[in-house]
Design a protein around this ligand. Structure first.
Ligand SMILES: Cc1ncc(COP(=O)(O)O)c(C=O)c1O
Length: 389
């Protein structure tokens, strides 16, 4: 698809996002912008609650949960049986970790660029003698495959890392990491929160065992819903000990005589899902699918390169992968006072975010080069260029 058509795509969908009437929104990697369809879905949820009360569970909400599992399954090229819902990535991790046996294989390999919650789950399991290995990043952008290869061994239970690093936007070679893990008999868990919705993700082709994501960022669905992909045979083999009544066979038989976990990924589900978010997430997921993630990737890749170029032209340093193919739409502009700079952007009508040492901008398909121009102009006016690295 030529560039002009991709631009029209943004123009076409932008009216779906009222926030652009009052602001330039460039912070999707924290929270996707609210679309009209998600707001309408929320209203639909409330109307159903009003009309049916608890009967809405059987008439609508359980079916909606299944639709959302199926929508996520399609997004990552998995089957419905391989997908489950959780309230957050942290909660999903808790139930996955509870299924692992660390006695023969105490090591878990992760990295300093992964989201803290991923690392915390293993730091917290000192009681099980878990040995977390937190790989360092030599350039502060990514972790070389060699470092993974050197750390994974026959004592490794799990390699847990990200598809896209939230800290730098760098895209990891997940397929290669999964191969390294499997070569030593370890499992590979991927935190794909920052990739699903902005990059094509095919869980099967990537060869991962477990993949986690959530609704609120690039999938435009709001807070309170995360997704798990658990590779088919594994969903039967791994038995979580952190469990709940949504994960058992015959959920509505209320049998306390025995724990019969489901034979699929849903054995990792625990309790009542956030139904308002289910409705919003279904709307967001469907909007993303309607556009198509391949098209979104082309669009955001071009916006990312445009943003980088503008920042560099304005004299800023940009932290990110050296190779454009390994760059996602999280653009880290180095800054000595990022919080103050984001405040200046906000005062000028641009909503952005910051992380230590950098202003973070993250364009989605609804953004335009004019948004980038505005953000960099404001950033330049505020000063704080820090050329160097
Ligand atoms: C890559 C990544 N993983 C995990 C999380 C945290 O997920 P949760 O709050 O659902 O536990 C975030 C939140 O921003 C994230 O960016």
């Amino acid at each position: 698809m030529p560039e002009a058509d991709l631009y029209e795509l943004a123009e076409r969908y932008r009216p779906e996002f009222p926030i652009f009437r009052s602001a330039v929104y460039l912070n999707t990697c924290s929270l996707g912008a609210l679309c009209r369809r998600a707001r309408a879905a929320l209203r639909e949820f409330a109307d159903l609650w009003d009309r049916w009360g608890a009967a809405a569970w059987y008439e609508h909400w359980l079916a909606a949960a299944q639709e959302v599992r199926a929508d996520f399954a399609r997004l990552v090229a998995a089957s419905d049986e391989e997908t489950a819902l959780a309230p957050s990535i942290s909660a999903a991790l808790a139930s996955v970790v509870s299924a692992l046996d660390f006695r023969a294989r105490p090591k878990v390999v992760t990295t300093e660029l992964d989201f803290p919650t991923v690392v915390y789950h293993f730091l917290a399991r000192r009681d099980l003698d878990v040995e977390p290995v937190v790989l360092r990043s030599p350039d502060g952008v990514s972790v070389p495959l060699d470092a993974f290869a050197g750390a994974i061994d026959e004592r490794t239970a799990l390699v847990a890392t990200s598809h896209v690093y939230y800290t730098t936007g760098a895209i990891q070679d997940v397929a290669a990491i999964a191969r390294l893990a499997h070569a030593k008999g370890a499992l590979c868990l991927i935190d794909a929160y920052q990739s699903t919705g902005q990059l094509p993700v095919n869980a099967r082709e990537l060869g991962v065992d477990i993949l986690l994501s959530g609704a609120l960022k690039w999938l435009l669905g709001g807070q309170g819903l995360a997704f798990l992909f658990v590779r088919r045979q594994l969903g039967e083999r791994l038995s979580p000990t952190t469990v709940g009544w949504f994960g058992v066979e015959g959920q509505f038989e209320f049998d306390v005589g025995a724990l019969r976990l489901r034979n699929d990924a849903r054995r990792f589900e625990m309790g009542t899902p956030a139904v308002p978010t289910l409705y919003m997430a279904r709307a967001g997921l469907r909007l993303v699918s309607e556009i198509g993630v391949e098209r979104i990737r082309r669009r955001v890749a071009s916006l990312t390169e445009d943003l980088r170029a503008r920042a560099l032209d304005a004299g800023f340093s940009v932290r990110g992968a050296g190779d454009a193919a390994a760059r996602s739409a999280i653009v880290m502009i180095e800054h000595p006072e990022p919080a103050a700079a984001v405040g200046r952007l906000m005062a000028g009508g641009v909503i952005a975010d910051h992380r230590p040492g950098a202003v973070r901008l993250s364009p989605h398909f609804y953004n335009t080069t004019a948004d980038n121009e505005r953000a960099i102009a404001l950033l330049s006016e505020a000063g704080g260029r820090a050329r160097g690295r």
